[in-house]
Design a protein around this ligand. Structure first.
Ligand code: SF4
Ligand code: SF4
Ligand code: SF4
Length: 190
């Protein structure tokens, strides 16, 4: 079997923009005031029948397989695990913020008080112990899936195989591990 590649799938038809994931993530990961590992961007879209509907797009680190944040990090503090999770080692981070500048998804934040640079870790401290990420576990509509993209028997791989999915800014060629159902129906992505 090929090596594990962890990823997430978000079904936009199920996301109601309640921000339960945002709050659960902040609490689980002690994300500092004013910073977010995941956030919701909501906007109006016109449906084919002319009706205006609300679209909610949860965003976070895409755990890019070809991650520019990892490439530009001068100390190796930003790195990719064997399972494809992009992490930041605070012991090696010198606070240069090159990773923040290199990330086209604006997924990273810095705590101005401590100099800590952070972002979504796919809840590494939970998922390495067999638990779901906090945002996945808390989602009341089950809009979020998490698991091994390379295991055809995983729920996430089956759901992706059975659906039309997209990634954000596929044109950048960064091979994101965050997949969406329903992205193509949103013509004007902010
Ligand atoms: Fe959307 Fe689920 Fe997050 Fe609520 S918890 S905003 S439904 S992804
Ligand atoms: Fe790095 Fe940004 Fe890609 Fe996350 S989304 S792996 S922070 S470049
Ligand atoms: Fe936050 Fe964990 Fe979800 Fe990433 S996987 S957005 S760190 S709760």
């Amino acid at each position: 079997m090929s090596e594990r590649k962890l990823g997430m799938l978000i079904d936009l038809s199920l996301c109601i923009g309640c921000n339960a994931c945002t709050v659960a993530c902040k609490r689980e990961n002690d994300v500092p005031l004013g910073a977010f590992n995941t956030w919701i961007e909501s906007f109006d879209v016109e449906r084919p029948d002319g009706r205006i509907a609300r679209a909610n797009v949860p965003k976070q680190c895409n755990h890019c397989a070809s991650a520019p944040c990892v490439k530009v990090c001068p100390t190796g503090a930003s790195y990719r695990t064997d399972e494809g999770v992009v992490m930041t080692d605070p012991e090696k981070c010198i606070g240069c913020k090159y990773c923040m500048a290199a990330c086209p998804y604006q997924a990273r934040w810095v705590d101005d008080e401590t100099g800590e640079v952070g972002k979504c870790t796919f809840c590494h401290h939970r998922t390495t112990h067999g638990l779901l990420p906090a945002c996945v576990g808390t989602c009341i509509t089950r809009a979020r899936y998490f698991g091994d993209l390379n295991d055809p028997e995983s729920d996430i791989a089956k759901k992706i195989a059975a659906s039309d999915t997209d990634v954000l800014h596929a044109d950048l060629g960064l091979d994101p591990s965050l997949h969406y159902i329903g992205l193509s129906e949103i013509s004007e992505m902010p």
